[in-house]
Design a protein around this ligand. Structure first.
Ligand SMILES: Cc1cc2nc3c(=O)[nH]c(=O)nc-3n(C[C@H](O)[C@H](O)[C@H](O)COP(=O)(O)OP(=O)(O)OC[C@H]3O[C@@H](n4cnc5c(N)ncnc54)[C@H](O)[C@@H]3O)c2cc1C
Length: 589
């Protein structure tokens, strides 16, 4: 007990460590034995004294060492926090340039996981998704690397190393945390229908497939909003919404899913009436590159994070849920198909119809060749006039109002020298006429395969020009297409000046097709149009983006990218160049 109390808080004894000299009686007679005893005692004392000195020296040394170590560590600590403060106050310019823009030459090349790091990350990902939640089978890897529709195909080594199927926002967040720690590139993937090389795995890494996250989360009929997971297709939504009398507008390629549709800011034939994704997304749930989950919110306060993510092509964050705006279905609707002798008349008629406020739900232009391919397919009950054609969905609040609108439309098209006017009087006829638009891609492809061989490649691309410039654009491109000998067609969502070209080229015609697309974009930019209509920038149109919006705007976009994804692991190399040492894709082969 006493001993315990004598212990200091550090557990060291407070007693002196020394042993005392044995007590010698002073008045004792000095015998030889006594002398020997004294010598022995002295020796012992000397030895103890030496031992004490040695111990003292040792403990001084230890003390010196400990204190030096302490000073060293403390200096390091102080140095670190000072350095940290210094970094925070004055960050090194190579890491955090103070400029508002980030030209690619001013930023370091990204570092991506080596094999060992990738393996470690994969083991952790397996714990998140389970043994059946991922695959590296050739079929799945190839299926997530490319598609037939894509206008340019990846190099043989541009493939993901692993495909991971996610099922919840929480899983996506955990996976991003892992990938962020190990610098693993991540390419998000939904329906795989994008066209401009948007999901090419330029750096290997993983593809996150959202198709198993396809639940309806919340349907708010009164407020006309629907919250869905990223993997739901727009056709799923159409099925779900039909009985409610509501609809969701954007209708891009068949099989496209909400995550990819948000990421490409897609539109479709209904965009004229209902807008593109930009107008139809209320808010998003997004996982950022380090795994942080953000609700972008729907209020007007603060920065508009929703619109920042829409159209960002998976480069700024991963969409796991979207709340979408719905519209009432038209009470009455019909489809009208009108033919003209030339594209100028067709586009002028379209302009006239639009400017007179006719309630159109969609308006599409097909050139004469397009109608020819549709006729060749034999998919329609009756053949159509092979002339430039306007296909319109006309809506009305009631059948009588609709009938009246059709009459007015007819009057307008007559003044532009229509050569045929058909309109559907029931749902079946509507489907038949509208089918001319829906089957065009497959009809053109089918025809090209028969005419040019089964290995023909498809290149679908688009630009948008002011509607006044559309006739000139279509006319010029048609002539160039004819001259090139490439089988192709032109369709346009005329309502918003969107102009699509479908090119079916053989391997020998690849260069000619590339030049044709370059000239199409140049021509569009000259006519104050854009480098892309609705298909996005992806991997292939990055240089056109610079031409269109200018280097400063692209450098500002890169700054945003660096802020949200400084490791550049999210869909690398899309929309903007993120690595100054990136080899540029070879377009000349
Ligand atoms: C026959 C045909 C017709 C088409 N018609 C039209 C049309 O009329 N209008 C139109 O706009 N487009 C059209 N498209 C293009 C295409 O359908 C659209 O771009 C569509 O929006 C792509 O959706 P997706 O689910 O297939 O996305 P994907 O191809 O899977 O991905 C597209 C991009 O989004 C990213 N991404 C995927 N999932 C996510 C996610 N969860 N979070 C963040 N980023 C993600 C991908 O990395 C990629 O960059 C057409 C395509 C075809 C083949």
């Amino acid at each position: 007990m006493i001993l315990n109390r004598q212990r200091s808080v550090f557990g060291r004894s407070l007693r002196s460590p020394h042993t005392c000299l044995p007590c010698i009686p002073i008045r004792h007679k000095q015998t030889s034995a006594y002398k020997a005893f004294l010598e022995e005692a002295k020796k012992k004392k000397d030895k103890e004294e030496n031992e004490r000195k040695y111990q003292k020296k040792k403990s001084t040394k230890a003390f010196k060492f400990t204190s030096s170590a302490f000073i060293f560590v403390a200096t390091l600590g102080v140095g670190y926090s000072q350095g940290r403060l210094q970094v925070l106050n004055q960050p090194p310019k190579s890491l955090f340039p103070e400029t508002s823009t980030a030209p690619v030459d001013d930023i370091r090349s990204p570092y991506y996981a080596n094999e060992g790091e990738f393996e470690k990350a994969c083991k952790l990902i397996e714990r998140v998704v389970g043994p059946n939640g991922f695959t590296d089978s050739d079929a799945e890897i190839n299926g997530h690397a490319d598609s037939y529709y894509s206008c340019m195909h990846p190099e043989p080594d541009q493939k993901p190393d692993l495909v991971v199927y996610v099922r919840s926002t929480a899983q996506v967040s955990k996976i991003m945390d892992i990938c962020h720690r190990f610098n693993v590139p991540v390419v998000p993937y939904c329906g795989g229908t994008s066209i401009e090389g948007q999901y090419i795995s330029t750096r290997g890494g993983i593809v996150l497939d959202f198709s198993k996250m396809a639940d309806i989360v919340k349907f708010n009929e009164e407020d006309r909003t629907l919250t869905v997971q990223a993997g739901a297709t727009w056709q799923d939504l159409e099925e779900f919404l039909k009985p409610s009398g509501l609809l969701f507008g954007p209708d891009p390629g068949p099989g496209a899913q909400i995550g990819g549709m948000v990421a490409t800011s897609c539109s479709g034939t209904n965009a004229y009436r209902y807008g593109t994704m930009k107008e139809n997304v209320v808010s998003l749930k997004v996982v950022l590159s380090d795994g942080t989950v953000v609700d972008t919110g729907s209020s007007n306060s603060g920065y508009d994070l929703t619109r920042l993510i829409v159209g960002s092509e998976g480069t700024l964050g991963l969409v796991t849920e979207a709340t979408l705006r719905l519209a009432p279905r038209p009470k009455a609707e019909t489809v009208a198909l009108v033919s003209f002798d030339n594209v100028f008349n067709a586009v002028q008629a379209a302009q006239d119809i639009i400017s007179r406020g006719i309630p159109l739900n969609a308006i599409e232009l097909l050139n004469a060749k397009s109608v020819f391919y549709v006729n060749q397919s034999g998919l329609l009950h009756k053949k159509l006039e092979e002339k430039p054609t306007l296909l319109m969905k006309i809506g009305g609040a009631s059948q009588s109002l609709l009938d009246e609108t059709v009459k007015i439309t007819r009057k307008i098209t007559k003044t532009h020298n229509e050569t045929a006017f058909k309109f559907a009087s029931n749902e079946e006829e509507m489907d038949q006429l509208w089918m001319a638009r829906k089957v065009l891609y497959w009809s053109n492809l089918e025809y090209a395969k028969k005419a040019a061989g089964p290995d023909v490649n498809a290149w679908t691309t688009d630009v948008a020009v002011p509607i006044s410039a559309l006739p000139k654009m279509v006319d010029q491109f048609e002539k160039e297409l004819d001259k090139s000998g490439i089988i192709g067609s032109i369709i346009g969502h005329v309502g918003d000046g969107n102009f699509h070209a479908l090119l079916m080229y053989t391997q020998d015609q690849k260069e000619a097709a590339t030049n044709l697309v370059s000239r199409m974009v140049d021509q569009s930019l000259k006519l104050e149009g854009t480098s892309t209509g609705e298909h996005g920038i992806g991997y292939h149109k990055r240089e056109f983006l610079i031409e269109e919006v200018g280097q400063t705007s692209v450098d500002t976009m890169r700054k945003l990218k660096m802020v949200l994804d400084s490791k550049r692991i999210l869909n690398p190399d899309k929309v903007i160049v993120v690595d100054r040492s990136e080899p540029q894709p070879d377009r000349s082969e």
